[in-house]
Design a protein around this ligand. Structure first.
Ligand SMILES: Cc1cc2nc3c(=O)[nH]c(=O)nc-3n(C[C@H](O)[C@H](O)[C@H](O)COP(=O)(O)O)c2cc1C
Length: 317
C-alpha cells in the first residue's frame, strides 16, 4: 500500500457499512473552488476539480495551478488531469503533489470535447489500451497520492470491462464510470449493467455516474449497479443541495428565497476568490439557480448581465 492515509479506503469502509459515497463529478468551467465549497456544505463526500492539462502544467503552469487551488474545507479534494503524453503525466503529478497537495489525482478517460480528442486525450485515449496503461503507470510512479480514473461505458472499440481488465494489476484506488458511450456524449440511457460488471475486474471504489438528478434515481442507480457510490455532475448545477437530498433520501424542497440565498452565498465566494471575472464565469451557475419557477426566464435575462455581487443581490433580493 503506497499511502496509508488513502481516503478512498475510508470511504470504501463507510460504503460497505451502507453509507454510499456521493461525489461532485468534474465539470470544466463549473466545479471551481467556490462551487465545490457550496456542494461540500450540502454534504458531498468527494470533490473533483475541473480537468487540467498535463501539458499546460509542464510548460506554463501558473494559470492552471491558480485554477486548481482549494480550501482545506474541500477535503477530500481530487485534481483531475487530462493529456496523452506519459512523460508529461509523471511531471504533472509531481507538480500537483508538491504545489497543490490535494488528496488524490484522477485521470480523465471520458472527455468527448473535440479539442481534447485532437490531443489524443480524454475518451479517445480510453480506446488506446496500451497508452492508457502507460499513462496510469506513470501517474502512479510519479506520486504517493492515490490515483483514480474516470472512464465511459465504451469509447471506440474498448468498453469499461476491457479497460479495467487491462489495468487490473495497477494500484488504482477508484474508478468513476460514466455509463454512456463516447458516441452518446451526454444524453441517453445509462448502461448500468456494464457498471455492475466492473466489480469483476476492479477491487477499488466504484462510482456510477450519469443522469442522477434526484435522491430516488441515485438510489435506483446504486441498487442496479451495486456501486460504492455515485458521481453527480449536472444534477448539482443550480441544485447543490442534491447532496443533502441523496444522503437523507428525501427531497428537501427549497423555496425561491432559499435558492436565492444559496446563489448569493455562492456568488459571494466567487467574487472573493476570482473577482469580477469570476462573476462573469458564474453566469452559467446563476442561470441554473434561476430555473423551474414562474418568472425564471425573465430573471435569467437580468442575471446574465450581472457584473458583480452587488448586481446579483439587487436582482435577486
Ligand atoms: C459542462 C461539463 C463539463 C464537464 N467537464 C468534465 C471534466 O472536466 N472532466 C470529466 O471527467 N468529465 C467532465 N464532464 C462529464 C461529467 O463529469 C459527467 O461524467 C457527465 O456530465 C455525466 O454525468 P451527469 O449526467 O451527472 O451530468 C463534464 C460535463 C459537463 C456537462
Amino acid at each position: 500500500m503506497k499511502n496509508s492515509q488513502d481516503f478512498w479506503q475510508n470511504l470504501k469502509i463507510s460504503a460497505k457499512g451502507g453509507q454510499a459515497i456521493y461525489a461532485l463529478a468534474p465539470m470544466a468551467g463549473l466545479t471551481d473552488s467556490a462551487f465545490r465549497q457550496i456542494c461540500k456544505g450540502f454534504g458531498a463526500d468527494v470533490l473533483y476539480s475541473e480537468m487540467a492539462s498535463v501539458t499546460a502544467l509542464v510548460y506554463s503552469p501558473d494559470k492552471t495551478l491558480a485554477m486548481l487551488k482549494f480550501n482545506k474545507m474541500e477535503r477530500p479534494y481530487i485534481v483531475q488531469l487530462f493529456g496523452s503524453n506519459s512523460k508529461h503525466f509523471i511531471k504533472a503529478v509531481k507538480i500537483i503533489s508538491k504545489k497543490i497537495k490535494p488528496d488524490g489525482i484522477d485521470i480523465n478517460f471520458g472527455c468527448p470535447v473535440k479539442k481534447v480528442q485532437k490531443q489524443g486525450a480524454g475518451a479517445v485515449l480510453m480506446d488506446d489500451l496500451k497508452l492508457s496503461r502507460e499513462i496510469i503507470k506513470s501517474a502512479i510512479v510519479g506520486t504517493v497520492l492515490p490515483i483514480s480514473i474516470k472512464i465511459r461505458s465504451q469509447a471506440g472499440r474498448v468498453d469499461a470491462s476491457q479497460f479495467l481488465n487491462n489495468v487490473s494489476d495497477l494500484d488504482i484506488k477508484a474508478v468513476m464510470i460514466h455509463g454512456r458511450t463516447l458516441k452518446q456524449g451526454f444524453a441517453g440511457d445509462i448502461n448500468w449493467q456494464i457498471i455492475k460488471k466492473a466489480r469483476d475486474f476492479f477491487r477499488g471504489v466504484i462510482l456510477a455516474n450519469g443522469g442522477v438528478n434526484s435522491w430516488d434515481n441515485a438510489i435506483e442507480l446504486l441498487k442496479k449497479t451495486e456501486a460504492d457510490g455515485i458521481g453527480i455532475a449536472r444534477g448539482a448545477l443550480g441544485r447543490p443541495w442534491i447532496f443533502e437530498n441523496v444522503k437523507c433520501q428525501m427531497s428537501n424542497v427549497k423555496t425561491k428565497e432559499d435558492i436565492f440565498r444559496i446563489a448569493i452565498k455562492h456568488a459571494g465566494l466567487v467574487e472573493k476568490l476570482k473577482g469580477k471575472q469570476g462573476i462573469i464565469e458564474m453566469r452559467k451557475h446563476l442561470c441554473a439557480y434561476a430555473s423551474g419557477f414562474p418568472g425564471a426566464g425573465e430573471l435569467r435575462q437580468k442575471l446574465v448581465q450581472a457584473e458583480n455581487l452587488k448586481d446579483i443581490k439587487r436582482i435577486l433580493e
